[in-house]
Design a binder for this molecule. Structure first.
Ligand SMILES: [Ca+2]
Ligand SMILES: [Ca+2]
Ligand SMILES: [Ca+2]
Length: 866
């Protein structure tokens, strides 16, 4: 053991995984003075104290403390992504440090607005001003480096407002999955973080509860007029959290204030552990002071992250692993590809030099190219002491990449159906009572119903016939009409391009019943087109135009986790009954839980629907002629009305890409020449303006066009190929990496799809090598970790948790595609694989996942896998 350790030490900045650190810790006692000295001599000399760096956060090796580098954005309020944050040995385990109004703030509790942020390098201080407009309440938080700790102090110029006295406090939150089952001490008392939320609560009158976002309520108080307030697990002045895990050990203490520990999961499954000090009443100046000290493992260097495709590689494709290294790590000169033989023995298949790519945000990157290895087999990569899991090189690795998505993920998201798989019921039939006309409202899921309903229905009146067909939007259960339109389009596209006859799903519209893995003689994709069209046609027929969404009426069932059929009570809402009261005939209830249809008219949405209906009518002809005809009728009507409305409102959008794609789809659907003329008039100008955003539509036209069109398009494809090449200099992965609040998985899918089409039509310009980049990324060759962002058949190590509707079980729905790599300012990428609840990195959407079906089908076909 000792010799192994010394060997690691002697090599200096080498790969050291978690176990090795533990070995080091355990063996420290056994080491002689000489070997400790040797260790110190070999460790690079670095600042041991926290220092404010050029990126405006406090840094020492192993610890980053961010102070409002990411502020609360207010969209969905507390997204667990903001305030004072700690990135501890590479993992963002602490966030939410701010003045808050609740013991355990939930997602729709109020968040403070950042009013100022002053960074003072000379005094090693960051000061942030915070304000709650709802309460005219201002505070400041000052964070100052003090050796290995930071001092956090809260300042008030005016006392806490009367209404918030005893409610406003300084909070900071700890990631449950990184702390549960670990030990802590409070003023020397011992405790262990619970795996399950089981602490004590009390109820208090609603009148005492600080206002929630826009006045909505996250909870159903069952008529008690009381809310639940968690009680602390512990209270004291000195906390040491995770004393049994040096990578997570943090000390928090306060001399002037009591600190309490709460479990945020008591109110919401996405809650975190909270440390909190209530601000004193009637005081101004420095009212609360904490010291916060994250422990840092001496000389800590992050374990290299070897990015590669978990699905594996075809023999004749490029195979390049991207190795992500700590900035204090010294890159090795070579890596090895090992082969696992049938008898279990391993042997060296390839040894190759590493190519240095350079720095990208906080890490350093080298590449390992083992493309020359073409023999089918089971392999793994060895880089120093880091060894990957195994993966395949084989002609058939891509054969099944869409199967879990089409056979499992999509049917489970079919709304208004009972969905079963073997012994398991995924959900009963949801929303049996149908949908009510939404009243004027400003909605929690960012929808809006204007003063006029734009329909023949009065607010709260039942709109008949909407509870049919359609797909759940994502991790929630609404029907986003725009999304559902793209979903049907994606299915039609898949159907028309690849004609997949796969039949693994039993769908009975009559029984409202879906059974997975039970063939019924009808290709599943056709049934999915039908299911999506059924809801959208019903909207057009019943409402007269497209609803913006069919969504929850109350916040307390919007965040539903569990069986979709239990979101509402299935009974028609009757305001003449009391809440929770059921009518004598058992058909109506006084509980206002019915879903709403948001019906403000949007001619652009109608136009999109019209285009999709035309295509759907073509796809469904011969399978469901009645629905095909209904779709065509609505297509023609909506097209005409939308065109008139847009003309009248002079909302005619700039005749740009949207209309280009629409004209092309309309031509495909109707073969009427005016649409092709419109397309031809616009396409070249659009390409001149922006090749990257127009090229997909231009490529989609090729099947309808002659050779002249292809020739004229060629120089634009050359330009696009140059863009693809240029991406290799922008980041080590050679594709567009999104930096938004929702990770860029959709962007990667679009990019991958476009590259595939470009290669299909112009193989000499967009080389075959280029089509694998998006797949490599999705399946594991990306920053942070190397797990597949897609829960795909064939991947050795897909992600283990996603933000699906079963996220509270720390599980996932097979076939899901995560948005993936989320950027946190100023330099951190992450994708939690032990905490599903951040949608920006882990939520799959119906539009995104059906887009993946196109990409996967295209890739399989292009590379000749099938
Ligand atoms: Ca939604
Ligand atoms: Ca079927
Ligand atoms: Ca109801």
């Amino acid at each position: 053991m000792l010799s192994v350790l010394l060997c690691v030490v002697a090599l200096g900045g080498w790969a050291q995984d978690k176990h090795k650190h533990k070995i080091i810790m355990n063996n420290m006692r056994k080491l002689s003075f000489l070997s400790i000295l040797l260790m110190m001599l070999n460790s690079p000399v670095r600042a041991q104290n926290l220092e404010l760096n050029d990126l405006e956060y406090f840094e020492r090796q192993g610890v980053n403390i961010l102070v409002f580098s990411n502020s609360f954005n207010g969209g969905f309020n507390d997204e667990k992504n903001s305030g004072i944050e700690v990135i501890h040995h590479g993992v963002r385990t602490v966030q939410g440090g701010a003045v808050r109004l609740n013991n355990t703030p939930e997602q729709w509790d109020l968040v403070p607005k950042m009013t100022s942020r002053k960074v003072d390098k000379e005094h090693q201080t960051i000061e942030v001003g915070m304000r709650y407009d709802d309460y005219d309440f201002d505070s400041r938080v000052v964070v100052t480096a003090k050796g290995k700790a930071v001092e956090i102090s809260v300042w008030l110029d005016k006392p806490v407002p009367e209404k918030l006295a005893g409610e406003a406090g300084f909070n900071i939150e700890f990631l449950p999955s990184q702390y549960w089952l670990k030990t802590y001490t409070v003023d020397r008392r011992l405790g262990r973080f619970p795996r399950y939320a089981t602490s004590l609560t009390k109820t208090r009158p609603n009148s005492e509860k600080p206002r929630q976002f826009k006045g909505f309520k996250t909870y159903d108080d069952r008529g008690t007029d009381q809310f639940v307030d968690p009680l602390p697990i512990e209270t004291g002045h000195q906390f040491s959290l995770a004393t049994d895990d040096p990578e997570r050990l943090i000390r928090v203490s306060s001399e002037d204030s009591e600190i309490s520990l709460y479990d945020g999961r008591m109110l919401a499954q996405n809650g975190w552990f909270v440390l909190r000090s209530v601000l004193p009443k009637g005081k101004t100046g420095k009212v609360v002071t904490w010291m916060l000290e994250p422990y840092a493992l001496p000389g800590w260097i992050r374990t290299p992250n070897i990015g590669f495709s978990q699905v594996g590689y075809m023999p004749n494709q490029p195979k390049v692993a991207v190795i992500e290294l700590d900035k204090n790590d010294t890159p090795l000169k070579e890596a090895v590809l090992m082969k696992i033989e049938e008898d279990g023995q391993t042997s060296e298949a390839f040894r190759g030099a590493l190519n240095r790519w350079g720095n990208y945000y906080k890490y350093n990157y080298v590449k390992f190219d083992f493309s020359t290895v073409q023999e089918s087999g089971v392999y793994f990569i060895q880089y120093g002491n880091t060894r990957t899991n195994d993966f395949l090189i084989d002609q058939h690795v891509y054969d099944k990449i869409t199967d879990a998505t089409t056979d499992v993920w999509v049917p489970i998201h079919m709304n208004h159906m009972y969905v079963t798989e073997g012994y398991r019921t995924w959900h009963g039939e949801p929303f049996k009572e149908g949908y009510l006309q939404a009243p004027e409202s400003d909605h929690f899921d960012l929808h809006r119903q204007g003063a006029s309903t734009d329909t023949r229905f009065k607010p709260f009146e039942l709109i008949p016939g909407l509870n049919v067909g359609g797909f759940f939007d994502a991790g929630d259960f609404d029907i986003e009409t725009g999304s559902n339109i793209s979903v049907v389009q994606n299915f039609i596209r898949t159907w028309e391009l690849f004609n997949p006859q796969r039949d693994e799903t039993f769908v009975s519209q009559k029984q409202r019943y879906v059974d997975l893995h039970r063939p019924d003689g009808i290709p599943d994709i056709l049934q999915f087109i039908e299911h999506g069209t059924l809801n959208l046609v019903a909207q057009a027929e019943q409402i007269g135009h497209m609803a913006s969404t069919l969504s929850n009426s109350v916040l307390d069932n919007y965040h539903h986790l569990g069986d979709a059929a239990s979101i509402t009570d299935g009974l028609h809402y009757d305001p003449s009954l009391k809440p929770y009261e059921v009518s004598a005939d058992g058909k109506r209830s006084g509980t206002p839980d019915d879903m709403w249809a948001f019906t403000s008219r949007n001619p652009n949405l109608d136009f999109q629907a019209a285009t999709m209906f035309a295509a759907a009518s073509r796809a469904l002809k011969g399978y469901n002629d009645d629905l095909a005809n209904r779709a065509l009728v609505q297509s023609k009507r909506l097209m005409q009305e939308a065109t008139e409305l847009m003309g009248r409102n002079s909302q005619r959008q700039q005749r740009g890409r949207g209309d280009l794609a629409t004209n092309l789809q309309l031509y495909g659907a109707t073969r009427e020449p005016q649409y092709l003329d419109n397309f031809n008039q616009q396409i070249w100008r659009a390409l001149d303006r922006n090749v990257n955003s127009t090229i997909q539509t231009a490529l989609d036209a090729i099947p309808f066009m002659n050779e002249d069109y292809r020739l004229r398009l060629q120089p634009y494809v050359v330009k696009y190929a140059q863009y693809i090449d240029s991406l290799s200099t922008q980041n080590p992965y050679g594709l567009p990496i999104g930096l938004g609040n929702w990770a860029g998985g959709g962007q990667v899918l679009s990019f991958g799809t476009t590259v595939c089409f470009a290669h299909l039509y112009f193989p000499d310009i967009v080389r075959r090598d280029m089509v694998f980049r998006a797949a490599d990324w999705l399946y594991g060759c990306h920053p942070y970790h190397n797990y597949s962002f897609v829960a795909v058949v064939g991947a050795t190590r897909p992600k283990q948790v996603f933000y699906g509707n079963n996220r509270a079980d720390f599980s996932f729905i097979p076939g899901n595609v995560a948005p993936g790599l989320l950027f946190r300012r100023p330099d951190h990428f992450e994708n939690y694989d032990d905490w599903p609840f951040l949608w920006g990195q882990n939520e799959g959407t119906i539009a995104g996942n059906t887009q993946y079906i196109i990409f996967g089908s295209l890739l399989k076909n292009i590379v000749g896998a099938k």
